[in-house]
Design a protein around this ligand. Structure first.
Ligand code: DX5
Ligand code: ZN
Length: 240
């Protein structure tokens, strides 16, 4: 089963599910869940209506925190068909890229602040059959990624400084979303950090198509279905 879900055909199928999913799409971030019970957490997220999950990889260098890496993701892959939207908060993503591809990641996002000349890496990601995306931190202007838009399947706009869940949404990044949306009407744009039903609506109104949510999903009552439904409802208010 592990090999099956790590095969190119399985990845293609997962990416087709991701691309075919209704927008705006909410992707739970696997940062605040119970890592000792990941298989059950993935099943609970599925029952709650999740379509894809966001994986936060932190290296303790690019960001002041550690999470998990390719060996852990590889062990999750046989447990779920969820597309893995993989956010590499790493100083040197190129060094470990092949590990993440082999582990079964589907969308691979790295930071323009870490790799100012990203074209070779973006092409390696796409050549492996994955989707390639660039993330930009709140202080980084859209002009930093503009030359590379043709090499990208998506952009991830950070609405907090990466490193920790549970931070407050930075509304000034919405201007960047509007700029990107105006430049590329069809580009998938994700937003990450401080998303709740209210900020989800604002983000979607600015042009976001995918919302990453950590603490708003993994809240104290443990009701993932209710949390997701509230986020989706909030997000849809943004298109009305
Ligand atoms: C932040 C991570 C986010 C984080 C979001 O560094 O990239 O994906 O998990 O968490 P919340 O939704 O709690 O801001
Ligand atoms: Zn993230």
């Amino acid at each position: 089963m592990a090999e099956v879900r790590q095969s190119p055909a399985a990845r293609e199928a997962r990416l087709a599910v991701l691309m075919g999913a209704e927008r705006p799409l909410v992707t739970p971030s696997l940062l605040n869940c119970d890592f000792a019970r990941m298989a059950e957490e993935l099943e609970a997220l599925k029952q709650a209506g999740t379509i894809a999950v966001h994986l936060d990889v932190m290296d303790g260098h690019f960001v002041p925190n550690f999470t998990y890496g390719a060996p852990v993701i590889k062990d999750w892959r046989p447990r779920t068909d969820f597309p893995f939207d993989t956010h590499l908060m790493m100083s040197d993503p190129g060094r470990y890229l092949d590990d993440f591809i082999r582990a079964g990641c589907d969308v691979i996002i790295f930071h323009i602040e870490a790799v100012p000349e990203p074209t070779p890496l973006l092409r390696r990601i796409r050549a492996a059959g994955c989707h390639a995306a660039l993330a930009l931190n709140p202080p980084t202007p859209v002009s930093a990624i503009e030359p590379f838009l043709d090499e990208l399947d998506a952009v991830l706009v950070m609405s907090v400084m990466p490193g920790f869940g549970g931070q407050a949404f930075e509304p000034s990044v919405l201007e960047k979303v509007r700029t990107l949306r105006a430049a590329r009407p069809e580009l998938p744009i994700s937003i990450d950090g401080g998303i709740n039903p209210t900020t989800a609506a604002e983000a979607v109104a600015a042009g976001v198509t995918q919302l990453v949510a950590g603490s708003a999903v993994f809240r104290n009552d443990g009701n993932y279905a209710a949390a997701l439904a509230e986020l989706v409802q909030g997000a849809r208010r943004g298109i009305e």
